[in-house]
Design a protein around this ligand. Structure first.
Ligand code: NAP
Length: 271
């Protein structure tokens, strides 16, 4: 029996598939009032117990209208899960500034935009819990996913600082760090428009490994359980690595840099 989130309102971004959908289901099953955002309400399939709201995290007006509509229906939001995101593949030299800007527009500025719309309500009620879905690529490098990794590293720095700034208002900000997880992330991946021949063979090997790892990845329910822990802990930790991410997080911290570098390059079959 879960009573911890009864009478709490949660807003989760990006519930049309994958991790966001699983989080929405789990929180609704366990008694929270759940609002989940989708970009296309017409094509989105219903989730039992979850109220769908239209939102594109890259647009101020869309975010403000969605937050306003939820607050009008349910009052101030207590729980925010910033989950919406996509991945971008290509060598960094193949990545244009515009492509990088779009990646950050969703993965970082989207988080900033939604959080800033919700924080006034959280400050007013003196309570809030914000969970940002980062990735193991928020603390590891990722060949041919460099701009995605940079956006997740940025989410890590953003969240750690936010947690210090808002703690005095009763608000905590934490990170959930999934490893490879079986979702639609592969299908929604954007690819760099420019392809430079010098990177072609290694890019192919490395991206094939990544795509396969996602297909064989963790069950998104594991991420939802980690979000649940982050939302319900009395004193939350800053980071909640998930599944294989737990071992990776320890390796990153405790294995000497040279050894880590060698084993990392081998794993990604880098020349
Ligand atoms: N799968 C993994 O291996 C993995 C590992 C670590 C971290 N993550 C992170 O987990 C989060 C969820 O990804 P997923 O794996 O569940 O992938 P997914 O199945 O592709 O789901 C991504 C969700 O984000 C939404 N979204 C994308 N851009 C948006 C925007 N501009 N505005 C609003 N919503 C937007 C999508 O909605 P639409 O239907 O509107 O496109 C979709 O609901 C992401 O932040 C991702 O980086 C995933």
């Amino acid at each position: 029996m879960h009573t911890t989130l009864k009478n709490k309102t949660a807003l989760i971004t990006g519930v049309s598939s994958g991790i966001g959908r699983e989080i929405a289901q789990l929180l609704a099953e366990r008694g929270a009032r759940v609002f989940g955002t989708v970009r296309n309400p017409k094509s989105a399939s219903a989730i039992h117990g979850v109220e769908l709201v239209s939102m594109d995290v890259t647009e101020d007006a869309s975010v403000n209208a969605a937050v306003q509509s939820v607050e009008q229906q349910a009052g101030p939001i207590q729980l925010l899960i910033n989950n919406a995101g996509y991945s971008f593949m290509g060598a960094l030299e193949e990545t244009s500034v515009e492509e990088a800007r779009q990646q950050f527009e969703t993965n970082l500025f989207g988080v900033l935009r939604v959080t800033n719309a919700i924080l006034p309500g959280m400050r007013q009620q003196g309570y809030g819990r914000i969970v940002n879905i980062s990735s193991v690529l928020g603390f590891l490098p990722a060949p041919y996913l460099g701009i995605y990794a940079a956006s997740k590293h940025a989410v890590e720095g953003y969240t750690e600082t936010l947690d210090h700034e808002v703690r005095r208002f009763g608000v905590r900000a934490v990170l959930v760090e999934p490893a490879y997880t079986r979702t639609k992330l592969n299908g929604n991946t954007k690819i760099a428009k420019v392809a430079i021949e010098a990177y072609a063979a290694e890019r192919k090997r490395s991206t094939e490994t990544t795509l396969q790892n996602i297909e064989r990845g963790d069950d998104p329910r594991m991420v939802a359980e980690a979000v649940w822990s982050a939302l319900t802990a009395k004193s939350p930790r800053l980071r909640y690595p998930v599944g294989k991410g737990i071992a990776l997080s320890r390796l990153r911290r405790f294995v000497p840099a040279g050894m880590f570098d060698r084993s990392f390059r081998k794993q990604f079959q880098l020349d």
